[in-house]
Write a protein that binds this ligand. Structure first.
Ligand code: SF4
Ligand code: SF4
Length: 346
């Protein structure tokens, strides 16, 4: 929650001035209401923003790692090619703590090994303005220690009844506030209001994992033979929605698309998903994960076990999007708790 000295107060008018200032120089995206649901969208005025909402259906990963993007263009006749990196200066307003945590994991993924210039270019041109959220029945970031953002943002907004308490997380954030907003020290009343809202939010989480985060990799390691995988594999439709909505799923497929002239083409990257049937299929038709049960076991293990040895972190941030999106109601917290219970009763 922090100390009063960590915060400044920004009035509603000051916030409007900040957003209007950013709109003059950047593409600005933020949390809005689309078809009655919270979503990220481009805005043209501060009034369009709806902060402190429940989670958006899709995460913000699209702004850094689009669902489809051209990586290079080539000419077959001349064998010439040129890389394509499309990135613009942008701000994303209203990212919740779990999404900020997810973005910091994606930063590590795309910087590791051969760094990904497309992702990194977009990332370096983005101003992240975080905001508090309101958990729904699926949110469990608190169980994984991600309910508060300590870093990974440029500016973070805590909405009060009137105005905001603000934290800055980078020089870029400080410069934007200096340029477009007037801040002052918060009053004791404002800080008390903030503390009250934090407690209210903290007590609103309903979904909970029944084991501490540090235990989850070993619980998953002991659960390869669990009956849970057959049970959820029998109802999974293999639609891939859980991969698409997840802020930390980053698998992709790369294909060359040749134009009808047969002279030119583009190398295109599209999101892929480990729950899709073809994901682990190789030349000759062999599929390393033939069944939906195997594919789900793989996905859950990627989130709670496999990547923790490479990145020293779980790769689930607790946003609950995969459970929310699943038409057959496969719920990541319920599945994990079944494994926890099986392990504790062995
Ligand atoms: S696995 Fe599910 S709950 Fe975890 S980060 Fe991905 S979408 Fe969110
Ligand atoms: S969203 Fe549900 S049904 Fe679709 S692949 Fe994921 S677990 Fe299976």
């Amino acid at each position: 929650m922090g100390n009063v000295n960590d915060f400044k107060f920004l009035s509603e008018r000051g916030f409007q001035g900040l957003v209007k200032g950013l709109l003059k120089e950047l593409k600005v995206y933020g949390t809005i209401v689309k078809d009655g649901f919270p979503a990220f969208g481009e805005i043209s005025a501060p009034e369009e923003l709806v902060l402190s909402s429940t989670p958006t259906h899709l995460s913000a990963k699209e702004f850094f790692f689009p669902q489809r993007e051209v990586l290079l263009k080539f000419n077959i006749k001349t064998a010439a090619f040129s890389p394509v990196i499309e990135s613009v200066d942008q701000a994303i307003i209203g990212m919740h703590p779990c999404d900020i945590r997810a973005l910091s994991l994606m930063d590590r993924v795309f910087a590791a090994g051969t760094p990904d210039p497309n992702y990194l270019s977009r990332r370096s041109k983005t101003l992240i303005i975080g905001s508090d959220c309101m958990p729904d029945d699926y949110c469990f970031c608190k169980s994984l220690g991600n309910s508060e953002a300590e870093s990974g943002f440029d500016i973070f907004l805590h909405a009060l009844g009137k105005g905001f308490l603000v934290r800055t997380g980078s020089d870029k954030g400080r410069a934007a506030l200096l340029k477009y907003a007037k801040l002052r020290a918060p009053s004791t009343k404002e800080f008390r209001e903030f503390q009250g809202l934090c407690l209210k939010r903290d007590s609103s989480f309903k979904a909970k994992v029944d084991a501490p985060p540090a235990e989850l990799p070993s619980i998953y390691a002991k659960s390869d033979e669990s009956k849970v995988w057959q049970k959820i594999g029998a109802i999974c439709t293999g639609c891939g929605s859980c991969n698409n909505v997840c802020p930390t799923c980053y698998c992709f497929d790369v294909k060359d698309e040749v134009k009808a002239s047969l002279a030119e083409g583009e190398r295109v990257r599209n999101w892929d998903g480990c729950t899709l049937e073809d994901f682990a299929k190789v030349a000759g038709g062999h599929n390393f994960r033939k069944t939906r049960a195997e594919r789900l076991r793989h996905r859950f293990n990627r989130k709670f076990r496999y990547l923790s040895s490479t990145f020293d972190s779980l790769f689930c941030v607790g946003c609950g999007r995969c459970s929310r999106a699943c038409l057959v109601k496969i719920n990541i917290v319920e599945v994990t708790n079944e494994l926890v219970s099986e392990c504790h009763n062995k």
